[in-house]
Design a protein around this ligand. Sequence first.
Ligand SMILES: *[C@@H]1O[C@H](CO)[C@@H](O)[C@H](O)[C@H]1NC(C)=O
Ligand SMILES: *[C@@H]1O[C@H](CO)[C@@H](O)[C@H](O)[C@H]1NC(C)=O
Ligand SMILES: *[C@@H]1O[C@H](CO)[C@@H](O)[C@H](O)[C@H]1NC(C)=O
Ligand SMILES: *[C@@H]1O[C@H](CO)[C@@H](O)[C@H](O)[C@H]1NC(C)=O
Ligand SMILES: *[C@@H]1O[C@H](CO)[C@@H](O)[C@H](O)[C@H]1NC(C)=O
Length: 444
Amino acid sequence: MKTILLTLASSLTVALTSAAGLPRERDASKPSRVRAAGFTDAVTRHVIPMRKHDIPPAPDHHIRRRAAGSSPTNLRNVHDVYYIIDLIVGNQTIPVSVDTGSSDTWLVQEPYECVSFWFDYPGGKPNCGLGSGFKGNLSGGTIPDLPPFVRSYVDGTFVAGYYGREDVTIGGVTAHNQRIAIVNYTYWRGDGQTSGLLGLGYPYLTSLDGADQNQPPYDPVFTTMWKAGDIEPVFSIALSRSEDRGVSGMPQGLKKESYLALGGLPPVEFEEGSWARTPIHGMDAVPQWGFETDEKGMYIIKPDAFVVGPGGSGVGGLARNTTQLPVLIDAGSTLSVLPVNLVNQLYAAFDPPAEYLSSTGLFYARCNATVPTFGVEIGESTFYIAPEDLLRQTVRDPTGEWCRVGVTDADSPPHVLGVTFLTNVVAVFDVEHSEMRFAARKKY
Ligand SMILES: *[C@@H]1O[C@H](CO)[C@@H](O)[C@H](O)[C@H]1NC(C)=O
Ligand SMILES: *[C@@H]1O[C@H](CO)[C@@H](O)[C@H](O)[C@H]1NC(C)=O
Ligand SMILES: *[C@@H]1O[C@H](CO)[C@@H](O)[C@H](O)[C@H]1NC(C)=O
Ligand SMILES: *[C@@H]1O[C@H](CO)[C@@H](O)[C@H](O)[C@H]1NC(C)=O
Ligand SMILES: *[C@@H]1O[C@H](CO)[C@@H](O)[C@H](O)[C@H]1NC(C)=O
């Protein structure tokens, strides 16, 4: 999960814990539902196929029992799916993973120092799983008089280095003289195929740097592109759950492909009648973070409801929870992460029920279990998560009989709709209208 770690806010989270345990008055006024009509998304020519790369879960060397009351999610071992695109940086092609939960674009540069915790590689050399990255000098040089680039992510990884400028091209669109970060010191768990990260979040997140996390923000790659008028201020993502083993120049028309589309829609089939729209909220939408600004940083939405019930239940058999929960739409997070109460209902609705496997820190169910119905209501549409995403047949425990559940639980934010949600939809990130739009993918 590559959501940026909000260090400043997390100390506030601690201070707020006692209050957070109390039942909270909820704002009863639901945002009015809007029909997804009146916008003109069109398939863009700036479509970039993404390569999906699955990595087998690493054996966990630091097994700990789930302590009562502790944050239950083990985020250290959950990132097993990467969506990769090629960035052209200067004239070098550099594969990076794609993230909507952070805003910097960074690349490693040799020589860099890879560090690790002792338990990750007992007696061995740390392996950050990064390629060789950018070579030589940036055409725009390094940017003087800035504090070093340092980012920590929610899964415990971090990168550090410095800022410079270079042209960055994606799908035929170039962000000229773009500020990027060059990383030479990192704790990372890469997939062995990428050398950096493309952050598609808002500029605001880039200001959370330095000791006080209040540096002047800068425009990330996507912002530079739309401000220059090269694309509409929108991008969209369609992730496929099937692995594509092709390298580059993949044949057209494969429904299994994953895409990043700049300025419009990707060329995938979706259910025309299922379009739904919902506002993107500011940083203050997550009270536990303690931000006072309504400035937008991440793609935070509030789904109208979550529905859950046993597999095969009709709409009448589904429990509907209409709590207005702020969630991040995060393509850099494999699993979806939702509150404990809600996820416990989901686990219980597996037949037989899902169980906590302490050796992994996550919930698994029998690979042949009956999978529940689980959906996210946005506007007038309910986006159901496919059984393949709820019970992930490709990620098994060492016995091979238990499969990983695609939703995990957390007491505290960030709550996330990650890859296991996004593989069911086309997601449109519209920064001009500050809204997200979704349509259900046709079955693929
Ligand atoms: C890439 O750019 C650098 C600096 O502008 C130049 O020295 C080098 O020859 C170029 N390489 C290629 C393959 O074009
Ligand atoms: C990069 O810049 C440094 C300092 O300006 C110079 O010494 C070095 O030769 C340059 N390297 C390349 C590959 O151009
Ligand atoms: C990383 O680069 C910065 C800026 O050039 C330098 O000060 C620092 O020593 C480098 N760190 C490592 C580990 O190479
Ligand atoms: C609904 O979900 C919220 C979290 O979003 C949870 O705190 C609450 O307990 C749930 N309500 C019911 C009735 O399950
Ligand atoms: C499911 O698999 C388990 C072994 O993992 C087996 O014992 C059980 O009979 C299977 N159940 C069904 C319904 O096939």
